[in-house]
Design a protein around this ligand. Structure first.
Ligand SMILES: CC(C)(COP(=O)(O)OP(=O)(O)OC[C@H]1O[C@@H](n2cnc3c(N)ncnc32)[C@H](O)[C@@H]1OP(=O)(O)O)[C@@H](O)C(=O)NCCC(=O)NCCS
Length: 170
């Protein structure tokens, strides 16, 4: 298992369609159904980050800013923002979409905490969540296999190669 990961590595998009069985008598999505989807979306990001089982420990206050109508598409995006010894903070953002009406609307944003578990249900340490590095993720993307096998000297080596290549092109 990696010792460090960026939040992009846990980034998850979960998409649901609001069907009649998901709604109340006004034809709007039930709050409990949305909480269930938020829990699953959060757990997927936490599980991707920790590469294993997770348990939900905390879901902070959830505000439903708009009703979500029957037939809407609900997009839930989630990602790990911070890690502790065994815990992971996860943000879940919810939007609703009505493609035919050209609507895409923010519904809510929820902060959650999950604990990383081993296969026996005991707590385990997840990889540390580190800020995204432009250098490591985009500029050097074609060279990631080199980073995998080399030390922290790799970025300097790549930089030198880029400078040499740039000067040869003049
Ligand atoms: C998850 C569980 C195994 C953790 O065991 P525990 O002995 O209570 O663990 P700890 O008190 O050591 O807390 C573990 C981590 O969670 C964090 N945590 C616990 N409660 C928290 C809370 N209310 N808010 C934020 N973080 C919390 C702790 O700070 C700790 O973080 P760290 O290890 O990064 O420092 C246990 O609480 C459990 O099984 N809970 C039920 C989970 C579940 O069934 N969820 C589904 C909904 S019912």
């Amino acid at each position: 298992m990696s010792t460090e990961k960026t939040k992009d590595e846990s980034y998850t998009v979960m998409t649901e369609l609001v069907l009649p069985n998901d709604t109340n008598l006004l034809g709007n999505l039930l709050g409990g159904r949305l909480l269930h989807w938020i829990d699953i979306a959060g757990a997927l990001a936490a599980s991707r980050h920790s590469e294993g089982l997770v348990a939900t420990v905390l879901m902070e206050a959830v505000e439903f800013k708009r009703p979500i109508k029957l037939g809407s598409i609900v997009a839930l995006t989630s990602y790990v923002t911070r890690t502790g010894s065994t815990s992971m903070n996860v943000t879940v953002e919810v939007h609703r979409e009505e493609p035919a009406a050209g609507i895409k609307e923010f519904i809510t944003k929820v902060n959650m905490v999950f604990v990383a578990l081993d296969e026996n249900g005991g707590k385990k340490k997840p990889p540390r969540c580190v800020p995204k590095s432009l250098f490591r993720t985009s500029l050097t993307a074609p060279f990631q296999h080199i980073f995998h096998h080399t030390s922290s000297a790799a970025p300097s080596i790549i930089l030198v190669l880029c400078v040499v290549a740039a000067s040869l092109s003049f």
